[in-house]
Write a protein of this length. Structure first.
Length: 230
């Protein structure tokens, strides 16, 4: 398998030293270039490195997938016409594996229909192979979007961890509070005293680190997929 500069460091521990952009600010994640033509691959790598990005190069999609994991951060720049697995097929395989890294596909002349298919398969963007510096900005934007998505997922996971501390009864009551039910209504619906609801509510607020009912509602909504036990 052809090894590009830096690829062995990535496949070994998936931790690449952050590059720096033209302003000296560290980039958040690498750019993975998947290009079968060695000359074009080296040129793309040089362009992005000169702009401060960390770059990992691969000649085909199969080699990329060997070391790629679902939580890998970065952006993929992929030639639509790859040997073996096509760019669109690679995009679809990434989706099946739950890899949400943004993908920018490089297309040639007369590949408009393939570009449409790529967007349908979840491509972040599609650009012509007549490469210009505007593509660098598209990649930088894609990396920013990827970083924001990861931050949201991390925040959501932290909120879900808080909610996981609740007992079955507390989850039930938290769900009813999130739906706007008053304590006395919850007490009536569950056949318990209002005082008992208040005690449960106090424990819920403490466990999820919420100071107000509105904050509890926000935590439940942002956590997503939360259903109070019936």
């Amino acid at each position: 398998m052809e090894q590009a500069i830096g690829a062995d460091r990535w496949c070994g521990d998936r931790q690449i030293g952050a590059g720096r952009n033209s302003n000296g600010v560290a980039e958040s994640a690498p750019v993975f270039v998947v290009e079968p033509d060695s000359g074009a691959r080296r040129s793309l790598g040089w362009i992005f490195r000169s702009e401060g990005f960390e770059v990992v190069e691969f000649p085909n999609g199969e080699d990329l997938l060997e070391g790629l994991e679902s939580d890998t951060a970065g952006c993929l720049l992929v030639n639509l016409r790859l040997p073996g697995m096509s760019g669109v097929a690679l995009l679809e395989e990434l989706g099946r594996r739950g890899i949400a890294m943004p993908v920018i596909l490089l297309t040639g002349y007369g590949e408009a229909m393939a570009a449409v298919e790529a967007f349908r398969s979840g491509a972040f963007d599609v650009v012509g192979q007549a490469f210009d510096i505007a593509v660098v900005e598209k990649v930088r934007k894609a990396l920013g979007v990827d970083a924001q998505r990861r931050q949201r997922r991390m925040a959501q996971a932290e909120l879900r961890a808080r909610l996981a501390r609740l007992t079955s009864r507390e989850r039930q009551i938290a769900g009813l509070i999130a739906k706007g039910h008053a304590n006395k209504v919850i007490a009536y619906d569950l056949g318990i005293s209002e005082r008992t609801v208040e005690c449960h509510r106090a424990r819920i607020m403490h466990k999820v680190q919420a100071k107000t009912a509105a904050e509890l509602v926000r935590i439940v909504l942002l956590a997503g997929d939360f259903e109070g036990d019936s």
